[in-house]
Write a protein of this length. Structure first.
Length: 297
């Protein structure tokens, strides 16, 4: 549990967003009817939005994009339990992603063909990840989202309720963007708590030639982190990341948890698998509890 930040082994093996063996692409459930709506704001930004309240949860999706997996179900579930929240999930990949409607989500066919397609898919994946660093479009979308949430026009559509502050909820790729937002976003002073599930801060910091320790030290609010067996031990309870954050003035409020399941389980896992579903519900419940204790508008 005393693993150093950005050790040489991690540099060699964890330069990609999702580790080997993680849950892969999962399409949206076509039978699920979302409770929220897609909205447009700013410079043509789009987001999924549900709920109303004086607090906002900004949901930062994983590398597979907004309209995949269980993202909308998760947002709906939070909106149902957190009556004083509006949940907004910006689309950080408006130009699309390389796996939407892809046949690569199911192997099928001959093994040699699958090998060739997998290689092509991997090249597209790396290119996609490389374009999703914080500076640039991602930062612009995040800042446009917070500006939108604080605007008079949004307040009017939010039953006249003014949003006072934000909670961030990052998933996989989204955890890196959330940590960066805590330090560099235009309205970072409005960010009250940050929640991360199967974080990829360590791997993306390396890929983007960023500094993991500086990113972690840049946060200014309580952190809730849920790691899986696929993240490095420094992100586990009692690891060096928790140690860095414990030294902060909010250190006693941080919470770290470990789940013995695969990376990606929260948004891309099989809800029919008992251990996966149990982990999903447990982190959801811990998130609700954490918000109620530490997100004061």
């Amino acid at each position: 549990m005393n693993e150093p930040i950005l050790d040489s082994a991690s540099r060699a093996t964890q330069k990609d967003c999702c580790p080997s063996g993680a849950h892969g692409y999962k399409p949206e459930d076509p039978k699920y009817i979302p409770k929220g709506v897609m909205v447009t704001y700013g410079q043509g930004r789009t987001a999924y939005q549900v709920g109303k309240g004086n607090k906002a949860m900004i949901f930062l999706h994983d590398i597979f994009g907004l309209q995949t997996g269980l993202n909308k179900q998760i947002c709906d579930q939070f909106a149902e339990e957190l009556e004083d929240y509006v949940i907004i999930a910006p689309d950080f990949f408006p130009t699309g992603n390389p796996w939407a409607n892809s046949s690569l989500s199911s192997r099928g066919g001959m093994a040699p063909l699958w090998f060739i397609l997998s290689a092509l898919f991997t090249c597209r994946l790396f290119s996609h990840v490389n374009r999703r660093m914080w500076s640039g479009e991602v930062e612009g979308i995040f800042n446009d989202t917070t500006t939108h949430l604080l605007s008079t026009a949004f307040t009017q559509g939010n039953a006249g309720i003014e949003v006072k502050s934000f909670a961030l909820f990052g998933v996989c790729w989204g955890t890196y963007a959330a940590f960066k937002a805590c330090k560099e976003a235009t309205h970072r002073d409005k960010i009250v708590v940050n929640i991360s599930i199967h974080p990829s801060v360590h791997s993306l910091a390396d890929r983007y030639q960023d500094n993991e320790e500086a990113i972690i030290n840049g946060v200014h609010c309580p952190q809730l982190v849920g790691s899986t067996k696929d993240e490095p031990p420094r992100w586990y309870p009692g690891g060096s990341v928790e140690g860095l954050l414990k030294a902060k003035e909010f250190g006693s409020k941080n919470e770290f948890y470990y789940y013995d399941v695969k990376h990606g389980f929260y948004t891309r896992g099989d809800t029919g698998d008992k251990s996966t579903y149990t982990a999903m519900q447990d982190f959801h419940d811990k998130t609700v509890s954490f918000l109620r204790r530490h997100h004061v508008a």
